[in-house]
Ligand binder design. Structure first.
Ligand code: CMP
Length: 137
């Protein structure tokens, strides 16, 4: 059993895709262990994406992530990290496989609808960034 942190980004929330995205995860046997809708501040977005602080897209990414509400979730299941990533598709929608969330809905490499932890070490940082132990059920 594995846990991953998933975010429906401001573009996904704006496009009314919360239910659609959650359904795709649930249909593949994954379980929502925690969920909330919040609005990140610029600093909150910068802290979450701190690993990308040297990247040229860091400022733009953190502006985007703080432009409107997001839905943050802990998703649980066998191989949850890779399963969620398969369902999301490649970071750049142009490279994403047909039937994936990003291929179906994303505008570009930045405004790509969803985030999912890329490895267990990332999940171990990202889950407690948003949720305390008692909120994960
Ligand atoms: P995510 O999976 O949340 O991880 C980091 C995010 O940075 C990524 O999705 C995109 O939203 C964004 N990103 C990654 N690569 C680029 C890029 N080349 N240009 C702009 N944004 C990017």
């Amino acid at each position: 059993m594995q846990r991953t942190l998933t975010i429906i980004k401001p573009d996904g929330v704006k496009k009314n895709l919360i239910g659609e995205v959650i359904s795709r995860f649930e249909r593949q046997g994954l379980r929502i262990a925690a969920l909330k809708k919040i609005k990140l501040s610029k600093d909150g977005a910068k802290g979450f994406y701190i690993v990308h602080r040297e990247r040229p897209f860091y400022e733009s990414l953190t502006d985007f992530m703080s432009e409107g509400p997001v839905v943050v979730m802990v998703i649980e299941g066998e191989n949850a990290i890779s399963k969620v990533r398969d369902i999301m598709g490649a970071t750049n929608p142009a490279d994403a496989a047909p039937g994936t969330i990003r291929r179906d809905f994303a505008e570009n490499v930045e405004r790509n609808i969803v985030h999912g932890s890329d490895k267990p070490e990332s999940a171990a940082f990202e889950i407690p960034y948003f949720f305390s132990q008692i909120e994960i059920l």
